[in-house]
Design a protein around this ligand. Structure first.
Ligand code: IVH
Length: 677
């Protein structure tokens, strides 16, 4: 080796060590030391070095995450120590019984210490490192034999290819592969945009990604892995407690779930169950319960196993968020913009911890797609705080007299004609201000917290105000007087005064909030804010035509048309004038200069495998900068991005004289937000 070759080898090793350290801080400690761009720079430097000097590549290099070619089928891997399952508990009583069994078997201990962990809803895998190197990964399979998914697990960025110093000679760690919700949603959006099949839930998506025969595809899927136990282990002085074992795994570079805690006795377990249950929607990944494990490993050995599950652990499941019930009727609700939503009236059923008797069917297209009929047995889902929905029909249980759902020709509330938009699934009541349902919904929206924020103007009160004719439009709200309110149901003098004061306070607002409050179709909070900062004043927006409105970032022709339509309606203009006359006001807002996105007018085509991000991610980022991302090369292509193993597209681009850039240049475009130089 020449002197400079040796220096390059040293540099490559240095970069690998630094990258591994940053991976550990980022994925395991959740405490990155350097910004992402700086990390990317290190990776790029190493990749460039390895490209120039392939002899410097080592099996644990970050460039080797996606190495293997697709395989025809997975090989089988035997689990020397079987991968077990867990006993399930569904109630506090089940937990209490579990804890008493344990205390009794351990000789009457008064309080057992448990490791309490979220039960991640993914797939169990076993990963083995030998002499610090990741050598094998397998699915659980039947518990004794699983599939060899080494190539795919290697693509998961939070799984170290090389363990940190101090790791045992041989380590087999077990954990759960899952797909975080954000990644799942992004992946489905992209699949949808390409007209491809979407996944029903993150678990299926994770299973699909893990069992991909082509690891280059797995590499583009946002998988993660939390480790929760060890299988085979060959090292001295092992810890006495499961919680210490998990800490050891973290020291060696493995990621564990940050929510894991050590708790005392049944009380501690229950408190943990409630705490995690309450935070479930914020975790960013799906869990279906919590797992309690006796923390002392010696005690685990004493307790042993029954058939396929350990006696020392219990999965305490959350109430199922899906259940089967019967559709009694389908009714139509009229929303703020007149949209008719079919709602299934159900035989009440306990699901997701509450009793559900109504579930949305979204729109008539969904009713047709799912073929829901009155009388059908259906699966309903209620996940977190979301509105319960009908997932699917059980056709084998359909009664002979099940009735199809028919869209009414007239609005069930005001009797106005119902029209179905040409291209859309949505049917609307044409009653507008004449429809009391639309009036009520508009008022609810107007008064809501993120709009005018009128405290104390609840649903029941709005219903009363509309029904007794006191309020028809938002402008009428500001004419209300204490004396008028006092007579209403459940309204004393005090509450009436409070409401009038709250209305008074709400007059002091901001233009963005006010625009949002008006409830213009498709103008949500962020569009309202964008319109406010672009136009600065209500009058300018009112005077603008559709093309001018479309200059606002993210505003397309449909939204622009709705805005124009809103301000063309004399009824709306009257409401606006009255709102301003009653003192609704906002401070002047500085205008932002209209901006053209930096890559507007450019078309990129990406081909071959990218190392540092997936093709879909790259395309998404390019689109965010205003570029078009196309699937095939033509004379109109501005740039071809050629990753590893680029094939026919590269040949075509060269033939057409389309400029070709590499991944590094692409990253530069994305970072500097400028066209390639
Ligand atoms: S411990 C012998 N801990 O749940 C102990 N499992 O229903 C075996 N799971 O196959 C597993 N989160 O896929 C354990 N914190 C956790 C878990 C967990 C999810 C899964 C795992 C297992 C299944 C059993």
């Amino acid at each position: 080796m020449t002197g400079s070759a040796a220096a390059l080898a040293v540099r490559a090793a240095e970069l690998r060590a630094q990258i591994a350290q940053h991976d550990y801080r980022y994925h395991v400690l959740d405490d990155p030391e350097i910004p992402d761009a700086e990390y990317d720079r290190l990776v790029q430097e190493l990749l460039a070095l390895e490209r120039e000097h392939p002899e410097l590549v080592t099996p644990d290099s970050p460039s080797q995450r996606v190495g293997a070619r697709p395989s025809a089928a997975f090989a089988t891997i035997e689990h020397r120590i079987p991968m077990l399952s867990l006993d399930n508990g569904f109630s506090d009583e089940d937990l209490i019984a579990f804890d008493s069994r344990i205390r009794e078997k351990l000789g009457g201990e008064s309080e057992v210490v448990y490791s309490a962990e979220p039960k991640i809803d993914g797939l169990a895998v076993s990963v083995t490192w030998e002499d610090g190197r990741l050598v094998r990964a397998a699915t659980r399979g039947d518990g004794t034999r699983g599939e060899d998914v080494t190539a795919n697990v290697r693509t998961i960025r939070s799984v170290p290819l090389q363990l940190r110093a101090g790791a045992p000679r041989k380590l087999e760690a077990r954990g759960e592969v899952f797909m975080p919700l954000a990644g799942f949603e992004r992946m489905n959006r992209q699949a949808d945009a390409r007209g491809e099949r979407t996944f029903v839930n993150p678990r299926n998506a994770a299973a699909g990604a893990l069992r991909q025969l082509d690891p280059r595809i797995s590499a583009t899927r946002p998988l993660e892995l939390f480790f929760y136990s060890v299988g085979e282990l060959d090292g001295p002085d092992l810890p006495q407690r499961h919680s210490e074992m998990l800490a050891r795994l973290r020291d060696w570079g493995l990621r564990t779930c940050p929510e894991i805690a050590v708790v005392q006795g049944v009380e501690g377990c229950l408190e943990y169950y409630r705490r995690i249950g309450a935070r479930r929607a914020q975790l960013g990944y799906q869990i279906d319960g919590v797992v309690y494990k006796v923390d002392r490993i010696g005690d685990q050995h004493r307790l042993g196993f029954v058939s396929r599950a350990p006696r020392w652990a219990l999965a305490h499941k959350f109430p199922a968020d899906e259940a089967v019930t019967t559709v009694r009727d389908v009714e139509f609700q009229v929303g703020r913009t007149g949209a008719l939503t079919p709602v299934a009236r159900l035989v009440p059923v306990f699901v997701g911890g509450v009793t559900v008797s109504n579930a949305t069917l979204h729109n008539m297209d969904e009713v047709a797609r799912k073929d829901v009929r009155v009388g059908d047995a259906v699966v309903v889902r209620r996940a977190g705080d979301v509105i319960p929905e009908v997932l699917r029909v059980l056709p084998e249980r359909r009664p002979a007299d099940a009735q199809p759902v028919v869209l009414p020709e007239r609005c069930p509330v005001c009797g106005s004609a119902v029209v179905r938009e040409e291209e859309g699934a949505i049917a609307r009541c044409t009653g507008d201000y004449a429809c009391s349902a639309q009036r009520k919904e508009r008022l609810r929206h107007f008064a809501s917290r993120r709009a005018m924020d009128v405290e104390g103007l609840g649903d029941k009160l709005i219903d009363q105000l509309v029904e007794c004719g006191l309020v028809n439009s938002p402008a009428d709200l500001y004419t209300l007087e204490v004396a008028q309110l006092e007579g209403l149901d459940r309204m004393g003098r005090k509450s009436a005064e409070k409401l009038v004061a709250a209305l008074q306070r709400s007059k002091d607002t901001r233009l963005g909030r006010f625009l949002f409050a008006l409830g213009i179709r498709d103008v949500g909070e962020s569009t309202a804010a964008a319109l406010a900062s672009h136009f600065g004043a209500l009058e300018s927006l009112q005077a603008a035509d559709a093309p001018t409105i479309q200059e606002v970032p993210d505003v397309g022709p449909v939204v622009a048309a709705h805005v124009v339509e809103f301000f063309a309606n004399p009824l709306n203009l009257d409401v606006l004038a009255r709102l301003r006359a009653s003192g609704v006001h906002w401070p002047d807002q500085p205008r932002t200069a209209p901006e053209k996105p930096p890559l507007a007018g450019l078309t990129f085509v990406i081909t071959g495998a990218l190392q540092s991000l997936s093709r879909a991610e790259a395309e998404e980022q390019l689109r965010e900068l205003g570029a078009r991302a196309a699937g095939s090369v033509s004379a109109k292509t501005s740039y071809l991005v050629a990753g590893a193993d680029a094939g026919s597209k590269l040949a075509k681009a060269t033939a057409l004289g389309v400029p070709v850039i590499d991944e590094q240049a692409l990253r530069q475009v994305l970072e500097t937000k400028r066209p390639p130089t």
